[in-house]
Design a protein around this ligand. Sequence first.
Ligand code: SF4
Ligand code: SF4
Length: 296
Amino acid sequence: MKQVVVLSGKGGTGKTSLTASLAYLAGDEAVVVDADVDAPNLELLAERKPLFEEPLFWGRSAVIDYERCVHCLLCVSYCRFSALHVKEGLPKVDPIGCEGCGVCQRVCNFSAIEMREKLTGRFFISKTRWNNFLFHARLAPSGENSGKLVTYLRRKAEEKARAEKKYLLIDGSPGIGCPVISSLVGVDLAILVTEPTLSDQHDLERIVALARHFGVPHFVVVNKADLSLKNRNRIREFCSLQGIELMAEIPFDQQVLDALMVGIPVIEYDPQSPFSQGARAIWQKAQDFLKAQERS
Ligand code: SF4
Ligand code: SF4
């Protein structure tokens, strides 16, 4: 089983549209992971059928029993995370800010504070209409640890893919933070999607550095490549100097936006559009690379 992640230095580059198209092309040969747990969008394009759902409780939060509380406000002065504030003379916990350290519980002389499990998020397994199993999650409003959640998703999806499938396809988070590292480490190929702007090139350079650091083979895809030929040439030059293969240059394609408006990937909406043709070429190159990797 081979693992492929699609990443971009920031949102809105076409990363999820590309992952959805690759998932469509891979069909039942792939297990798909939506590792963009802060803003999971893949499920919106995939029209999923839920198979399994599990709440995840990974943290703790302070809860005050106002029957016992005598309003001394000692707990408020001890909270280092400013998660306790005073409202109308009563201590109030901000569950989003609460780190679950338990200090307030220890200092309360009236046993008025209890530490309760906090909902981190919900984990789902679904079947997409392209016959992939989709592993995805939603962070709770006060949920943290998106990197840990991505690791959890990957581990669950890997178990399934290793037993039955050829590919694990991961839609990574944008940026270079913790969830990105969690979705990048240990994969066989990273497809880095960028656009021809200076800021995107800067983001690309950071993500290339990250892929190098973790020893992950990577290719670059320039989406909307014709929007600035000057910047596209700069990306070409950067890839050439760095010895990175430019996997595809896809021109601006209005069909991608039209497809998003009706909630399906462009490859289903218009299989012959420039983006769809680019996605097909990318998937073919990815498969060729993975096969060659297996032989070597
Ligand atoms: S320390 Fe205990 S009694 Fe005092 S305000 Fe906090 S919860 Fe209430
Ligand atoms: S558990 Fe820690 S972070 Fe949460 S309210 Fe109490 S002192 Fe503050």
